[in-house]
Design a protein around this ligand. Structure first.
Ligand code: PML
Length: 269
């Protein structure tokens, strides 16, 4: 049974400085482990206070009981090797610099779009638009691009003009341990895999992501085939962002998708 009826507490932290986003994170804790709330709360505050994006002048920590059922799913497969070489159809991509890494990300996206019968011209447009959005930075959440080429987050809903935030998500301790024990990965990897697994489960065709943390140059492309970790997807010092590619949706389905991305609780193991 992948829907879990146990009672959880959600802890959400958001930090900013003069309205500029500094840091955000969240955890879901089983009610039986409620004594852990204090510990996790202080970890989140520590994270807010030590973020390289700057010193926050505002930290919001929200603790609330989750009354919706939690969907538990395994993480999507992680595709990455220590040699930083990506492979698509026997072609190798060395992730040695931004140009090479972006070619790998480009080809991953293009191959996925082909499965949806997207022609080359449209595919190039979609990929270019995705990179433009993440390179421009400054989004609070993810942009949504429809496979017909329109920006859905802007088209229908002024509230999400600054992007959709994937919330109500946490990772099982076993996944955290597995990733943290592997020296190739970082804390950010755990959260990124959790987000990617949730968005793919909700039917997003592909996600493209670079970190908004200026020195963190590893990004990824996620599809149902996996979490393709891409080293050097941007240069150090650059901003980042997230883009979700979706199969053409009407307004009603888009609203449902956004509601689920933000509010449907997930635990990723
Ligand atoms: C990784 O695989 O190490 C994470 C890459 C994306 C990080 C996005 C972020 O945390 O800002």
């Amino acid at each position: 049974n992948e829907e879990d009826e146990k009672v959880y507490y959600s802890l959400k932290m958001r930090a900013s400085n003069e309205k500029k986003h500094i840091s955000g994170a969240e955890r879901l804790l089983r009610a039986e482990k409620a004594e852990g709330i204090e510990k996790v709360a202080s970890e989140l505050i520590h994270r807010a206070l030590t973020h390289e994006n700057g010193i926050p002048d505002f930290i919001n920590l929200k603790v609330e009981k989750v009354c919706q059922k939690i969907k538990k799913i395994p993480h999507i497969p992680i595709v990455y090797n220590k040699d930083n070489i990506g492979t698509i159809n026997n072609k190798n991509y060395e992730m040695t610099c931004k140009d090479n890494s972006r070619r790998y990300a480009h080809d991953l996206l293009k191959n996925k779009f082909k499965e949806f019968d997207i022609n080359d011209v449209l595919s190039e447009f979609l990929i270019k638009l995705g990179f433009e959005i993440i390179d421009e930075g400054g989004m609070r959440g993810a942009a949504i691009i429809s496979l017909d080429g329109s920006r859905l987050d802007i088209a229908f809903n002024e509230e999400v003009e600054k992007g959709v935030r994937v919330k109500n998500i946490d990772t099982d301790d076993r996944l955290k341990d597995k990733i943290n024990k592997n020296e190739l990965y970082t804390d950010r990897t755990v959260d990124a895999i959790a987000i990617a697994s949730k968005v793919i489960d909700l039917g997003i065709v592909a996600e493209l992501c670079t970190s908004d943390n200026p020195s963190y140059t590893t990004g990824y492309v996620a599809t149902e085939d996996g979490y393709f970790r891409v080293k050097n997807l941007k240069d150090s010092g650059e901003t980042g962002g997230r883009v979700f590619y979706v199969y053409n949706l009407n307004e009603q389905l888009l609203k449902e998708l956004i509601d689920n991305l933000e509010n449907k609780p997930y635990l990723i193991y």
